[in-house]
Design a protein around this ligand. Structure first.
Ligand SMILES: [Zn+2]
Ligand SMILES: [Zn+2]
Length: 211
């Protein structure tokens, strides 16, 4: 059983559900960073530069960076590991397929970070299930765990926001929109609460989820 907390509330550059075009950016993006509190604390997708990330972590949880045992990155898009270097004492994890893609990056810092990330296998994070969510990127992965309020999934950009979930919609930059739709359906069957890539967490209403 784990408690989770939202550290940063995400936003993204263009939202078709607000009538915005997919061909232009309207605002800068910030991903949602979550903290999963357990025997070891796990932080997902560090969205802010190290100094700001440390402040937000402390302001929202009372914890210092050294208290984080593991950092999980849902996929290799740069806005999901902005402040990774802050957590120098933590182990860094990512899905194996996604990590392989990150190692091919054109960007030197990204390749260097990838060299220090460990592929996340089943059973490594006790009580937390690695949950493959292909579509946004080929190797996108979420984390599924039990909380006092039900089963929670940290989805990364497999779900951008509540609107994208309800419409089973992929973001404009998804590598495979149809696979994205299947991943959203899998989430709808498996979780009670979604922590999406760029929005606040929300409740899954099963009667609306097609099962
Ligand atoms: Zn992304
Ligand atoms: Zn993102």
């Amino acid at each position: 059983m784990f408690e989770f907390h939202i550290l940063t509330l995400g936003r993204f550059s263009r939202n078709r559900f607000w009538g915005e075009l997919e061909t232009q950016a309207y605002r800068d993006a910030l991903c949602t960073t979550a903290l999963i509190k357990g025997k070891q604390h796990i932080l997902t997708d560090p969205s802010l530069p190290p100094g700001e990330m440390a402040k937000v972590l402390f302001d929202r949880s009372g914890l210092r960076p050294g208290a984080i045992g593991a950092v999980f990155i849902t996929h290799h898009h740069g806005d999901h590991f902005v402040g990774l270097e802050l957590f120098e004492k933590a182990r860094w994890y990512m899905g194996a397929l996604e990590l392989a893609a990150m190692k091919e990056s054109q960007d030197a810092r990204t390749r260097e970070l990838a060299g220090n990330i460990i592929p996340l296998e089943q059973g490594v994070l006790e009580g937390i299930e690695p949950f493959p969510l292909p579509g946004h990127t080929s190797g996108s992965m979420g984390l599924l765990f039990e909380s006092p309020d039900g089963r929670v999934i940290v989805s990364g950009d497999a779900v951008m926001s509540r609107d994208f979930f309800r419409h089973e919609a992929a973001y404009f930059n998804a590598v495979d929109p149809e696979q994205s739709r299947r991943s959203i359906r899998k989430i709808a069957e498996s979780a009670d609460i979604v922590v999406p890539g760029h929005d606040n967490y929300f409740i899954v209403h099963r009667e609306n989820a097609g099962n």
